[in-house]
Design a protein around this ligand. Sequence first.
Ligand SMILES: CC(C)(COP(=O)(O)OP(=O)(O)OC[C@H]1O[C@@H](n2cnc3c(N)ncnc32)[C@H](O)[C@@H]1OP(=O)(O)O)[C@@H](O)C(=O)NCCC(=O)NCCS
Length: 117
Amino acid sequence: MLDAAGGFGVLALDGAPPFGEEPLGFGLARAMAGEAELLTLAVRPAAQRRGIGRALFGALAGQAKTFGADMLFLEVAEGNLAAHRLYTTAGAMEVGRRRRYYTDGSDALVLRLALRP
Ligand SMILES: CC(C)(COP(=O)(O)OP(=O)(O)OC[C@H]1O[C@@H](n2cnc3c(N)ncnc32)[C@H](O)[C@@H]1OP(=O)(O)O)[C@@H](O)C(=O)NCCC(=O)NCCS
């Protein structure tokens, strides 16, 4: 994904115990022709609810903006309340739905975050 055109990523590391220099979370996205797409975002279970996901998402959005994107699009499973809340509290708005998008038959919600006023 990083090798794909416009691809970029962010990584959260913790130098403090108990993680040593283990990665705590990461995100991947790509930006092209004025738009960016979030490809994936994940935080290690033991490190969740410490603001890392929000920081990674903010870093990806900031990077997308520096690459010239005006909007960031992402998909989130309808039942993924944690991710949905993270994105919507960061300002992302629901703009569509992909029916039965995931292999378990659940829908994906399409969200859009405006990167510029
Ligand atoms: C979604 C995910 C990345 C969030 O990472 P995180 O580091 O725990 O998130 P943060 O601590 O930065 O939380 C930011 C906000 O997200 C929301 N949130 C996060 N986890 C939540 C949970 N379990 N329940 C409800 N809201 C949650 C809250 O609004 C939270 O803000 P608050 O702590 O001030 O209430 C993490 O749960 C994860 O890796 N999930 C599995 C992978 C995944 O679903 N990725 C998203 C794919 S679209």
